[in-house]
Design a protein around this ligand. Structure first.
Ligand code: DAH
Length: 342
C-alpha cells in the first residue's frame, strides 16, 4: 500500500480506538471521511497520480474508506451500549415503560370488500376468474348482445384504443370468456377493474371496480338468483335481509332486474342512507340471454343461467359510510386508515 495511505490508516484507526466519547468520534469521522477530510482530499489528487497507478490507488483509497467506516460504526455501537448500561445502573431508565405505538399496514377498503365477497362465493362453489382490462369490442359488446348501433353502447362511454380494442367498460365480457373456456355446469365470479370515459364526480369514477357473477347450469331460475344473493348477504351482514326485484333492462339478460336489499342501517324503517325508502339498490342482474349463451358456444335449449354485476365501490361506500367515490384513490392514508373491520 502507498506509504501515505498506510500512515493515514494507522493514524485514523488509532484515533477511532482512543476516542473517549461519541462527540470525539464524530470529529474523527469528519476529519477522515468528511467533505474536507483526509481521504476525500486524497481522492481529489487522483488526477495527479500516474495513469498506470491510478486504478490501484483509487481502489486502495476506497477500500480504506470502507474499512474505516466499519470501524466507526462498530465503535459508535460500543458507545451506545455503554450509555444504555450506564443508564440502566443509574436507574433513570424504566425498561417496563410501554414502547412507542406503531401503526401497521391496512387493507384498502375495496380490497376488504372484495376479499370478503370472494371468500363467501368460493364457499358456495364459485370459481374466481380474471379477465383482460384491454378487451376486444366483440367480448365487451357484440357477444353480450350489444351490437354497434345499440343505444346501450352510449350509456357506457368507452375508452377506445387506436387499434380498435378498448378498455373494458364492465366485467361482463368475462361471462363469454368463461363460457368458452369451461364446460357447464359452472359458477364464477369476476372481481376486476373497469373503465369509462365519463366526467368524475362524487359518485362517478373513470376507473372503478365491479364483481361479475355467472352461473350456468340446467334449469336455472330466478329463485336460484334470489337464493344466492340472500345467502351471500347473510354471510356478509351476519343476519337475514330481505331482497326485492324490480324490472331492469340490460341487453345481455332477459328478464333483467335491479335487486334491492332491506336497508341494513335502519332495518327498512327509513334513514338517510336509504333516503327514507327502507331499501338500498344493491345490483343489476338477470337471466342470461339466449343469444349470449349462443355466443359463448352453449345451446340455450340445454343451458340456462343467471348473472349479476356488483359495483364494488358502491358496496364499500354503503357499508363503510363513504360518500365520495374519489376518496378511494385520493391517496390520503389518514382517510383510508379509518376503514378497517378485520
Ligand atoms: N355490466 C353491467 C354494467 O356494468 C352490469 C350488469 C347488469 C351485469 C346486469 C350483469 C347483469 O351481469 O346481469 O352496467
Amino acid at each position: 500500500m502507498n506509504p501515505e495511505l498506510e500512515s493515514l490508516r494507522t493514524q485514523i484507526t488509532e484515533e477511532i480506538h482512543s476516542a473517549p466519547d461519541l462527540q470525539t468520534l464524530k470529529e474523527v469521522e469528519r476529519r477522515a471521511l468528511g467533505k474536507k477530510g483526509a481521504l476525500t482530499a486524497l481522492l481529489r489528487q487522483l488526477g495527479k497520480v500516474p495513469a498506470e497507478e491510478r486504478p490501484a490507488f483509487g481502489k486502495a483509497v476506497n477500500d480504506l474508506k470502507v474499512e474505516l467506516t466499519a470501524l466507526l460504526i462498530a465503535r459508535q455501537e460500543e458507545f451506545r451500549k455503554s450509555e444504555l448500561e450506564a443508564r440502566l445502573t443509574r436507574g433513570d431508565f424504566d425498561p417496563t415503560e410501554p414502547g412507542m405505538p406503531y401503526d401497521g399496514g391496512r387493507l384498502h377498503p375495496l380490497t376488504q370488500v372484495t376479499e370478503d365477497l370472494v371468500r363467501v362465493f368460493l364457499g358456495m362453489g364459485f370459481a374466481a376468474l380474471d379477465g383482460p382490462n384491454v378487451e376486444f369490442e366483440y367480448y365487451n359488446f357484440d357477444a353480450l348482445n350489444i351490437p354497434g348501433d345499440h343505444p346501450a353502447r352510449e350509456s357506457q362511454d368507452t375508452f377506445w384504443l387506436d387499434d380498435g380494442n378498448l378498455l373494458r367498460t364492465h366485467t361482463s365480457p368475462v361471462q363469454i370468456r368463461a363460457m368458452e373456456k369451461f364446460e357447464p355446469p359452472f359458477r364464477a365470479i369476476v372481481p376486476g377493474r373497469c373503465f369509462r370515459n365519463e366526467a368524475v364526480d362524487a359518485s362517478h369514477e373513470h376507473t372503478f371496480y365491479q364483481m361479475e357473477g355467472l352461473v350456468v347450469d340446467r334449469d336455472i331460475s330466478v329463485a336460484h338468483l334470489i337464493y344466492t344473493m340472500k345467502t351471500c348477504l347473510r354471510e356478509i351482514m351476519k343476519r337475514d335481509l330481505e331482497v326485492r326485484l324490480r324490472p331492469g333492462f340490460f341487453p345481455f339478460v332477459e328478464p333483467g332486474f335491479e335487486l334491492d336489499v332491506t336497508c341494513p342501517f335502519c332495518e327498512g324503517k327509513g334513514c338517510s342512507v336509504c333516503k327514507q325508502t327502507g331499501w338500498i339498490e344493491l345490483l343489476p342482474c338477470g337471466m342470461v340471454h339466449p343469444s349470449v349463451l349462443r355466443h359463448g358456444g352453449l345451446d340455450p335449449e340445454e343451458w340456462t343461467g343467471f348473472a349479476f354485476g356488483l359495483g364494488l365501490q358502491r358496496l364499500a361506500m354503503v357499508s363503510f359510510g363513504i360518500n365520495d367515490i374519489r376518496d378511494f384513490t385520493g391517496g390520503d392514508v389518514r382517510f383510508l386508515s379509518q376503514f378497517y373491520h378485520r
